[in-house]
Write a protein that binds this ligand. Structure first.
Ligand code: PLP
Ligand code: ZN
Length: 424
């Protein structure tokens, strides 16, 4: 069982009066869950590694859930960690690995946190869960609430693409489109609704749910046979991933299960890069920005108020970095990842590969270092990021000659497509 001591404020040390209060009454910071793990030993680790359970729940002792009976799981976890040799060759990083979270149950990293968050909701006895979201969190909360037998309400800002809303709606959630800006009006309404209706909050303002992404750290160590990456690059919006990975690696380190810690990198869009800007300026906290439109829609967050400062601290403690990418770099990385590694990631997710490329080109990452890029969301989440030309869509008559002509003209491969078998 995950042994949880009281929720504590990471800024002023206050303890929460109840386990269901998420915010410090003194300074308004989001409280932190401390899961007691110091009693765990090597045999415990061996047991976890041997477990037939391949979900994040293999690491049950590290999560703030009292009983296995509360677990709400859709099979999240143990996503492939792929040695991407062709992409690595292009980027001049021989040991480039891709953590393929596009295969998670709802197609994004949010399932790691919501499996833990909704399990806790079940333990508390909540009936309705809620989240505000630009897409991925909405679908994930809706799916896990459905599996738990809970109702859910998700709020999205006006202008959210229908393709994003459809997935959440399919799980039976109530989708509310709010006429307002995500970081301000939608956020204000969301907070008021949580207070007014007593709904279960599934944002990064929920300290239980934030623990879920610690599973990245445990899985990487397992999949690399105990080796720790030199760098882990994570597409960053709210800062949960960076915060939680750092915590997860530190837990293993404190137990003596790993001998070093990785350097963490936040990859953001330059249209919404408050963590990167604060990192570069050496500030202790983020300064909210007004997020501009970007192709990296899922990480378009200008005010990561709950965990931004903690992610910033993790980047610094790990001697890591932060990189803000242009849309052009992001789309190029999306294309390279699909064409050279066979993984179709959404643009926000591909910022991790774009950041690896940038850091290698500046020499910050060395050619022989082990680099993991987290691919946090599926390309089909945002298919409109890829534009098909009229030429590609124009039908040909069903005759071999027309096919030959079309294939010969194919821009990418020239005449080579007309040869089926490899020549020496
Ligand atoms: C695809 C994708 N990647 C990354 C993130 C980053 O989240 P965080 O910084 O909270 O780990 C999100 C969500 O905001 C997302 O949807
Ligand atoms: Zn406090």
């Amino acid at each position: 069982m995950g042994i949880v001591s009281a929720l504590r404020c990471p800024r002023c040390g206050n303890e929460a009066a109840s386990p269901a209060i998420f915010q410090c009454s003194g300074c308004n910071s989001i409280l932190e869950v401390k899961v007691e793990v110091s009693h765990l030993s090597q045999p415990d680790l061996q047991g976890m590694l041997r477990s037939r359970d391949r979900t994040i729940w293999r690491w049950f002792d590290f999560f703030p859930i009292e009983s296995r009976a509360s677990i709400v799981s859709l099979g999240e976890g143990s996503t492939p960690l792929i040695h991407a040799t062709r992409l690595g060759e292009r980027l001049d990083i021989a040991r480039l690995y891709l953590k393929n979270d596009t295969v998670l149950p709802t197609g994004s990293l949010k399932d790691r946190s919501n499996s833990v968050g909704i399990s806790k909701a079940k333990e508390f006895g909540f009936a309705t869960a809620t989240v505000m979201s630009t897409g991925n969190a909405a679908a994930s909360v809706a799916a896990y609430a459905a599996a738990a037998g809970m109702r859910s309400v998700v709020m999205v800002p006006v202008g959210t693409a229908a393709s994003k809303i459809i997935q959440a709606r399919a799980y039976g959630t109530t989708v509310v489109v709010v006429d307002g800006d995500f970081d301000n009006e939608v956020a204000k309404l969301y907070k008021a609704a949580v207070r007014e209706f007593g709904w279960y909050d599934c944002l990064s303002s929920n300290p239980y749910r934030d623990e879920g992404k610690k599973s990245y750290a445990y899985e990487m160590v397992d999949q690399l046979d105990g080796e720790v990456p030199d760098w882990v690059i994570h597409p960053t919006a709210g800062g949960t991933g960076i915060y939680a990975m750092w915590k997860g690696f530190q837990e293993f380190y404190s137990l003596g299960w790993i001998q070093k810690l990785p350097r963490l990198v936040a990859s953001q869009s330059e249209a919404a890069a408050p963590i990167t800007e604060a990192f570069k300026k050496g500030l202790p906290d983020i300064e909210p920005v007004v997020a501009r439109p970007t192709v990296a829609e899922s990480i378009q967050v200008g005010n990561p108020v709950s965990l931004g400062w903690r992610a910033l601290a993790a980047l610094r403690e790990s001697n890591g970095s932060a990189v803000a990418l242009s849309d052009e770099e992001t789309l190029e990385a999306q294309s390279l990842t699909a064409r050279l590694a066979g993984i179709f990631a959404e643009p926000a997710a591909a910022t991790s590969v774009a950041a690896a490329r940038r850091l290698r080109s500046t020499g910050a990452i060395g050619p022989d270092e082990l680099v993991v890029c987290n691919l946090t969301g599926h390309g089909l989440k945002q298919p409109e990021a890829i534009r098909l030309s009229d030429k590609e869509l124009r039908p040909i008559p069903p005759v071999l000659e027309a096919l030959r002509e079309q294939v010969r003209r194919s821009e990418d491969h020239g005449g080579t497509l007309l040869v089926g078998r490899k020549t020496k």
